[in-house]
Design a protein around this ligand. Structure first.
Ligand code: MG
Length: 397
């Protein structure tokens, strides 16, 4: 390209896809991810057995595609489905089209503050995240650089992973450094449910031995009293961390839980938190030891830079939630992100399969619990959109 010239953004398009992928809860019957998992809705018996019963998979995947005027395309996938597609097409696209794709800060600022009156968190920030990730993908492709080069470069030669799924014992055999299980019983199932939770942990501890990391993901299901009792009972079985025990709005509860948790057990949360301001609350109020932003939900890479820097200055670890290549390119550039999460999306959690299957082509997966940084050395986020999966574009502008 001529000196000084850089392509402009020509068009932003938003699509919806069903079946797995970024909306990883959208799975068939019998998958471990929907097997009587403790949730805040489990207080209602009719919604206790299945998260799909209360609509966890109602949104589907959002695909954002950004085309530059030289024909180069960037894209990203996240959740948010049709309502996020509306926001992208009808509201956010105006802040990108005709603009220089290198202006990531200004574009993010305009997307966030133009939607603040109905946004701030949740679906709107999911949509902003999808656009931001597609923009970084485009920028990497235009510069023929992987996104991690644009973020300052790798500080390690490889990524190390823990596995999230129902079978930490199998994850250990597959080379992962730890296993995080879903909690199955919430406060509504009483002391009997608490005993079952501890029995499941004890059984898994007996299978994996003393040193393998075991964690429990509580998916916002508990109250402070239950979480405190669970943490102390689980401490006897070497639980490494208790994740997202309380509602993400209950900053006070998290601060109290961190105080009440046994010494040596980590309190983690943040996958349903968003933006630098949300994470500032978690860090300033000393709610947790590890923050777990999802780069596809918290505001994208542009916002994760700010979140991660604040955590670093506060001495907190930042271990992103899931999100595949979109977090790998970030984690590899940060010392306060020494390992990453891998979601076991095989229905029985008995083999490693690509996390966002079938929507991405070329999605790298860990081998023996590790991934070489060089596996990320492709332009952008280094993956392609699988065009064999039907894409619907519900809105245009
Ligand atoms: Mg979690």
């Amino acid at each position: 390209m001529p000196r000084g010239w850089f392509p402009k953004i020509k068009q932003v398009r938003a699509f919806v896809v069903r079946g797995g992928g970024a909306d990883y809860h959208d799975q068939g019957e019998g998958h471990w991810i929907d097997d009587h998992i403790a949730t805040p809705m489990a207080r209602y018996p009719e919604y206790r057995r299945s998260r799909q019963s209360f609509g966890i998979n109602v949104l589907g995947t959002l695909v954002v595609e950004i085309e530059a005027d030289d024909g180069t395309m960037g894209f990203a996938v996240t959740t948010g489905g049709e309502p996020a597609a509306f926001i992208v097409e009808k509201h956010l696209a105006r802040f990108l089209e005709g603009r220089d794709p290198r202006e990531t800060e200004k574009i993010w600022d305009q997307m966030y503050f133009s939607t603040q009156y109905y946004g701030r968190k949740g679906l709107v920030v999911n949509a902003i995240s999808g656009v931001d990730l597609a923009l970084w993908d485009l920028l990497g492709r235009l510069r023929q650089e992987p996104v991690h080069h644009l973020l300052g470069g790798a500080v390690r030669d490889e990524l190390q992973f823990y596995a999230t799924g129902a079978r930490p014992d199998l994850a250990k055999q597959m080379g992962f450094i730890g296993g995080k299980m879903p909690l199955h019983h919430g406060p509504a199932e009483g002391i009997e449910g608490l005993h079952k939770n501890i029995a499941e942990l004890a059984e898994m501890r007996s299978r994996v031995g003393a040193d393998f990391w075991l964690m429990l993901d509580c998916w916002m299901a508990l109250d402070l009293d239950y979480a405190t009792r669970l943490a102390h009972a689980a401490h006897e079985h070497g639980l490494k961390w208790i994740e997202e025990a309380l509602s993400p709005d209950d900053y006070w509860g998290y601060a109290a839980l961190k105080q009440a948790a046994p010494k040596g057990m980590l309190v983690t949360t943040g996958e349903h938190e968003a933006t630098r301001w949300g994470f500032r609350m978690l860090l300033d109020m000393e709610c947790c030891d590890i923050i777990q932003p999802d780069v596809g939900w918290c505001g994208g890479v542009t916002e994760l830079i700010k979140i991660a820097n604040y955590a670093d200055a506060k001495g907190a670890l930042m271990i992103p939630h899931g999100s595949s290549v979109y977090s790998y390119h970030f984690v590899v550039t940060r010392h306060n992100s020494p390992f990453a999460e891998f979601l076991m999306m095989a229905p029985k959690a008995d083999q490693v399969v690509p996390m966002f299957h079938p929507q991405l082509i070329g999605e790298p997966v860990p081998e023996n619990g590790r991934l070489k940084a060089s596996a990320l050395d492709k332009p952008g986020f280094g993956v392609e959109l699988n065009r064999d999966v039907p894409l619907a574009r519900p809105y245009t502008h």
